[in-house]
Structure formats: structure tokens, C-alpha cells
Design a protein. Sequence first.
Length: 872
Amino acid sequence: MDPKDAHSWRYMIKAHGFDLEGSLQVFQQMMMEGFVPSEPTLMGILSACTGVCGLVHAMRLHACIIVSEFFLDVGVGNALISMYYKSESLGSAVGYFAAMMSHNAVTFNTVIAVLVRDSRNEEALALFQRMFLHAVCPTSVTFISILSSCAAITRLNIGKQMHAVCVYNEFLSDIALGNTLLNMYGKCDSLSDAERLFWTMPSREVVTWNCMMTSYVQHKRHEDALQLFQHMESVGTLPNNASFTNVLSACTNKTSLPDVKRLHVRVVGDRSHTDVVLGTAFVNMYSRCGSLELANKVFRNMCSSDVILWNAMIEAHVKAGRNMEAIELFSEMQATGLIPSNVTFIVLLDAFGTLEEAKYIHAVISRHSLNEDRTVGTGLLNLYSKCCSLEDVYNVFDNIRQRDTVSWNALIAAISRHSSIKDAFCSYQMMLYEGIMPNCISFINLCDACKINNASKEALWIHALILACGLEKDFYVRKSIIAMYGKVGNLEQAQGVFGEFHDHDEITSNAMITTFSLSGKSIEAMSIFRQMQIEGILPGRFTLIDLICGFVGAEMLPEGRRLHATIYNGIHEDDLTVINTLLNMYGKTGMLEEARKLFQRANKQDSYTWSVMLGAYAQCDEGKDAILIFRRMLIEAILPDRVTYVSMVSVCASQTLLVDGKQLHVSILENAFNSDVNLMNALINMYGKCGSIEEASKVFNGMQTSNIVSWNALISVYALHGKGKEALQLYHKMSKDNVVPDSVTFSTVLSACSHSGLLKEGLECFISTGKSCTFKPTSEHVTCVVDLLCRAGLLEEGEKVMKTLLMQPTSVSWTILSAFCKMHSDKDRGEQFARNALDMEPENSSLYVLLSNVIAFTTCSEKLLEIKKLES
């Protein structure tokens, strides 16, 4: 073909369609033959120049346009801006707009869309105002961009103004504009406006229904979202993937599982296969509804998968506490050739808990060059903090690029837990030095640092910094300040912060109640609670729990009962945690009948409820009734947990119920609790108290793992039954097994030696306490040595040891000396020692009995000696 005019060249270029290279070759040939391109030709070739490759050619075209007659042409300018927009060269698009001599609605619409896409929403709103200065009328396309901008920066007032203008200009017949309005109201938390608009829209498409469902889900109106989905189907609108994803997001707990299953059957029936996006949604929902097996089934049946689907599956296992399976899934994912994303590691980090595991995943992250990623680095930092490795925390933090407030907050939190308040402050100052402004979380972490380190002076500094930053009105910050002052013992400041604001809420009121409760000021805590009721603030469960925990003494029981009456009148009366705390209060104050009534009235009980009730029976020495309750628990198919078993074993120990204790032991083995060290220690103690040394030894020898408490428990059993040599043998075995003895170990061994008359061995043991690096001899150890010497008749030596080694002799040590003086008929010293004990504890009536017994016994002994002399 021999083109003869510009129109022919234009059609030639158009014939190449999206073939950029072909279009450009024709265009270049046209230019070489001396033809001047027309406006449509230039616009056509510009529309073909998209993407990075096309951008280079477009810039050359731009240079040609500048020197051509089309430089001032609005249509060509619009095409050029649109080309830059599609090629993601947003700066060039905005720059060319500024250079244009004239603009029309298309020009403004394109540039506003560019600014919104680049998240420059304030500039987009400003440019919208400039349209009116240029006498350019906005179109429905303009309002779609502006409303999207209002949604992004939550400008509800401007959004409502735009809505009014759209109504005035009769733009609402544009369904795309209506959908954007719906989205704006949802994002700006104006659900009532969204509902009003939705039900008055002249027509709706599937996107419209999806927008409304999304708003319901975002505002946790899950039931409304489900009903809207059903209504959409009833009016004949076919749901798409986004519809199913929305309705699945509304299924948030186990009660929603039947709905999820029905939807799944429906989706599978409607199509030959489930796409990845929808499959991921089903995995998430089955996981959220507590059915990991069904989530796994969906995952395994997918024809194709991507990183997002794998991430969802890994996260499901981590949230279910199945960490090993999550790690195995990660390995399987790598084997498929998929490259993990930063989200993969953020999710996976929660599956690790030991330092060795942290080092492993750190190495994997480094291999994928994500150790400098801000979010991954922050997650890794938190993991090392959990593993108490502050050195690794610092190393990870130093490698993070572009650190933000979240990264610094994580560092300050780690330092607060594992280092000094001074180091936490240094990190805070470094954050400011890098130009990162602190937020509420920053100061909450610093408040925690003061609480952990009991730093009263620094608490005042932090409070001053919070005031300087103007963050004191934040409820969570205020709560942290109150809790901080309470922990460091500055109740006056805590009350001052609480009283400074009149807009009290549950958060700050609960903080003040907790502060008073922990300080033993339950009356003041109750006063705050009553004030909450007057102000119409409904107390949360934690508020009530903190209050109840303060009413454990007999003198506070009336207040506890009044609080119970308040709860019974409708506030959290069915909350199991609150019921358990009330049960605990009644049990600890010996009100067994009240506890029993509450237990029987409770609509539901968990294993902890039964444990607390068992503890109440044990507190009142009702061991047999506790056993009956435990058996009833088993009959009702409630599986005992570790706490329940510990309570029951303690009951058997205190009541010396050996037969019941053995039955418990069998039940513990059957339920695979034999690996629980604390429970095994309780069994050793129980067998010891019940006189079964052999069974205690069997439990100890059969333990998979043991700790220092286990060794101490068996040594104590030997000591209790006068088996001093066996106690010493076990003590020496500890050293061979590299188990470091503690203070309790030495006290128990010394007691065993004392009761078995092993003077030499006991003294050797005491001397070894002085060589211990872990602790120094205590007054309890010295008292044991005094007892050891006195039992051997060495009263003077016992007195010397006590006076030499004890800076301040205790009433117990004086009592021991006095008792042995009575045994050895040493009246004068026995009487003096008893009086010394009385001087230290004049209110202790048992010491008066001791003194009178010493005097009476020695007087009687003297008279017997006189009679024997007369008889001889």
C-alpha cells in the first residue's frame, strides 16, 4: 500500500493495535516521508505507549510534541498525561499538567486520578477546587476520584458536601458513582448514611451489594452482612467472588460454621474449581470457626496455590497452637518452589519460642534477604525479646532499614522487660534523634519500664513527657500512667491523674480500681466502682475480677457479698471468669456454703470452676467432700486439668488420704499428665505426707524431667520420716548429677540431720552453704544448726552460733534454745531464753505457755531430786 495522506498513516498505525513496535515503525516512516501527524494519530500512538518500555518512546514523542503545533492542543495534552498515568510515571503526569496552557474536564479528571492513586489526597482536593477557578465543570468521573480521596483520609464532611452536589447535578444515576459514595460512607464510619443511600439507590449491581456488605463487616455487623447476602440472592443478583469473600468474612466464630459449610457447598456446585482468592477466604473462615481440618481439606483440594494461600494456611496452624505443623507447612511451601513473602515470616515467627528456633528462622530470613525489612525485622526483634536475648534484639534492630515508630516501640518494650529504665530512656532519646516522633505506644512501653523497675523518680519524668506531647487524654495512656504510679507506690499521683479528667471510662476506672486493689485499699476501689455505676459506666469483667480479688479477707467479705449482689442483678452474672473469681473469694474466706450455692447456680462450669470448688473444700478441711466433687466431675465428663489435679493431690496430702491419692495417681497417668513436673512434685509430697516413702521414691525415679523442687520434695520426705542418711545420700547425688542446690535444699537437709542425730554431717552441710555461689546462709539455716547442736546436748555451742551468726536472733531461735534448756533441766537459761522470745513477740500466747512450762518443769525436777536425796 502506498499511503498518500495523513489519514492513511493514521489507519496504518491503528491497524497495529497494541503492537507498540509495529506502531512506532509506521510512525517513524511517516515522519521520514515528511508527513505531519494529525491530532488523532498522536493520541493513538500515545495510547499504545504504556508500561516501562513504552515510556521511553513516549518521552521521545513528548519532545516532538513540544516543538510541534500540537504543544497547545488540550486533547494531545490529555493523552500525554493519561500515558504517563498508565505508565506509573505520576510525577511526569503532574508536571506536564502544570505546564499546559489550557485544561478541560478530562485534564483535571486525569490529574486528580493520578494524585489519588499516589495517595496525595489533600492535593487532589485542592485541585478539585481549582477546577471552579478555571470555570471547568466537574463530571461524575471527577466525583468518583474525589470521593475516593475522602474515603482514604476519612473526610466525612467533604464527602457529604460532594454527595449533595451530586444530587443537585443528578449524577446519582451513575451506578459507579453511587458505589463510590457507599464506599466513602463505610470508610468514614457513617454506616447510617451508607444504609440510607443503599436503600434509595435507583439501581444496584453486584458491586453495590458488595460495598454495603463490606461496610457491615468492617463495623462488625456480621448478622446484617449475612442477611444482606441472602436478600441480594432473593432479588436475583448473582454473587461474585467478592460477594462470597465478604459473606465469609462475616462468619467469625464456631456458631457460623454451618453457614460456611453451606456457602462452600454452594460455591463448589456453581463452578468446576475454586479460585485461589476464594479458596484463601474459605481457609481463613474455617480456621476462624475452629475447624482446622476443613481448612486443610480446602487447601489440599486446590488446583493451584499462591503465597497468600500458603500464608493463610500457616497462620491458621499458628493460631491453633499447632506450631510444628506450621513449620512443616513452611518447609513444604519452599519445596514447591514458591518464594516466601515478608508476610510469610511475620506469621511464622509466632510459631517459634526458643532461642535456638529464633536463630534458625533468623538465618532463613537472611537467606531471603528480608532481614532488613521493617515489619519482618520488628517481628524478629519481638521473638528475641520473648527468648530473653537482648543482644540479638540489638543486632536485629541495627539491621532494620527505614526504622519507624513501631520498630522503636518494639525495641523500647524489649529493653523495658530485660534491662534498666536508663537503657529504655536512652533508646527513647535515640528515637527522637533520628526524627521519629513517639506515639501512645511509646509512652505505654516507658510506663511499663517504670513498673518493672519500680522507678518512682523516672515515673514523674515520663508523665511530664506525656504532658509535653499532649497525649495525656488518650484513655490507654492515662490507664498506663495510673498503673505506673500504683506500681511505684505513688497513690497520690495516681488519684490525681484519675481525678484530673471528668470523662472517665471503663479503661481508666478499671486502672484505678486495680491500683487500689493491688495496694490493699479495697474500700477505695469499691468507691470508684460505685462512682462508675452513678456515671452509667458499665464495668467490664476485668474490673469486677480486680474488685473481687481484693475481697479475700474475712473483714472484706460483706463488701464482697454486696458486689456479688450487683453482679447477680444482671452485670456479667453468666461470665464464667467472674463466677470463678467469686468462688475463689468464698473459698478463701471459708464460706463453703456460699461457694456451694454459687457453684450449683452457675449455668456452666469449666475445669477451672471445678478446681476452685475443690480448693474451697480443701481450704475448709473437707477432704472427703472434695473427693466426691472430683468423682462427680469425672462422671459429668469434664476432663480435669493440671490445676485440678494439683488441688486434689494437695487435698490428699493435707488429709493423708493415701488410697484416694493412689487412685488420683492412676488417673494422672491415664490422662498423660505424668510429664508435668509440678504435678509430679505434688505427688511426691502427697506420698510423703501419707507415709509412703517407697511410692514417693518411685514417682521421683520415674520422672521424665525434674527440677530442684523435685529433689527438695523427696529430701523433705526422708527428713519427715527420720531418714537422715537417705536424705544425705540424695543430697550428694544431686551434686553428682550437676543439680545446684538452693536455700530450701540446705534447710531440708539440715532438718533431716537434726532429727536423725547426724551432728557431724549436718555441720559439714552447713559449712558448704558458705561456699555456695547462688546464695548465702539465711537465718533459717542458722536456726536449723542451733536445733542440731541443742538436740546433741550442746546448748552453749548452740547459743554461741546463734549470737555469732544471727545479726538479729529471731523468736524461733530463742524458742528452740528455751525448749532444749527445759529438756536438759537448765532452768535459768531456759527461762531467760523464753523471756527473750516474749520480748520479740509479746502477743504470741504460746510463748507464755513455754515460759510457764520451763519454770514448772525445772521446779518439779528440783523437788524430785530433793526427794531422791532424802530417800537415799
